[in-house]
Ligand binder design. Structure first.
Ligand SMILES: Nc1ccn([C@@H]2O[C@H](COP(=O)(O)OP(=O)(O)OP(=O)(O)O)[C@@H](O)[C@H]2O)c(=O)n1
Ligand SMILES: C[C@](O)(CO)[C@H](O)COP(=O)(O)O
Length: 234
């Protein structure tokens, strides 16, 4: 497998999960007796396309993550590194440990991502330079002022909800992060940083099931998804 077909993955898992509101950080909550982030890592670990995975966690979680990686037989997690205050800083710390030409960044709390969609995202990046998974929004979106009044309605046909993974050439993404840091710019995803360097980013249609586990009701949906997955594999 040559360099173009062998990708490094940064899985970010160093957040506090404040919107979930649990004592345990959401990425370590158990689903079917296994931490959520391990479910996520397993998807990438099983893919022939993936050469190496760097896991970014809280400094205090490195040891227990290493234990789980061992216990669940994940072979491709090459390094576990401590993250930063913002997601962006955590991603950058992971990028510093990647040795492949192409990289994907994925949220540790998106365990239902499908291998076929990951592959499609990477292939699109190889063709265009950068690609992200996303889904067309289903709701009507409004711009709302601070005082709670509607200011306008963007055309829904051009609105997409952006997911991860997001795939880039490693050198582009590193440069984008360094520029953002120098400018004091903090984005909510990686493609924002690459866009502001003028690099076009392609959108690849993903699945509505690739949720980011963020608030308590997402755990109920996650339990339903796991049950459905179990029934399918029987
Ligand atoms: N400093 C941070 C913040 C977030 N993340 C990771 O980025 C992903 C997406 O972030 P989000 O869902 O917002 O997680 P949290 O920041 O933990 O959640 P919250 O904003 O509710 O505190 C998660 O896997 C999270 O662990 C990270 O690695 N480092
Ligand atoms: C990267 C991301 O998952 C794309 O939807 C999202 O932007 C992360 O945002 P959050 O602020 O960390 O929830």
């Amino acid at each position: 497998m040559d360099n173009q077909n062998s990708v490094g993955v940064v899985v970010v898992s160093a957040g506090k999960g404040s919107r979930m509101g649990t004592r345990e950080s959401k990425q370590y909550l158990l689903m079917d007796d296994k931490p959520i982030v391990i479910h996520t890592l397993e998807v990438f670990d099983r893919m022939p396309l993936v050469r190496e995975i760097v896991l970014v966690t809280g400094a205090e979680d490195i040891e227990r993550c290493a234990g789980w990686i061992d216990r669940y037989g994940l072979r491709k997690v090459a390094k576990i590194v401590p993250g930063g205050k913002e997601r962006q800083q955590s991603v950058y710390k992971g990028l510093l440990e990647i040795s492949t030409e192409w990289v994907m960044v994925h949220d540790g709390v998106r365990p239902f991502v499908e291998p076929e969609r990951i592959e499609a995202c990477h292939q699109k990046a190889l063709l265009t330079g950068a690609a992200v998974l996303a889904v067309p929004v289903k709701d009507t979106i409004k711009w709302v002022s601070g005082s709670g009044m509607i200011e306008g309605t963007p055309d829904r046909r051009s609105l997409w909800a952006i997911h991860t993974p997001q795939a880039f050439r490693l050198s582009d993404l590193k440069k984008a992060h360094e520029l953002a840091e120098a400018d004091g710019f903090v984005g909510t995803d990686d493609s924002m940083l690459v866009e502001r360097m003028g690099i076009p980013v392609a959108v690849v249609e993903g699945s509505y099931t690739n949720i980011k586990i963020t608030t308590p009701e997402d755990l109920e949906y996650a339990a339903f998804m796991l049950k459905r997955r179990g029934e399918k594999s029987r």
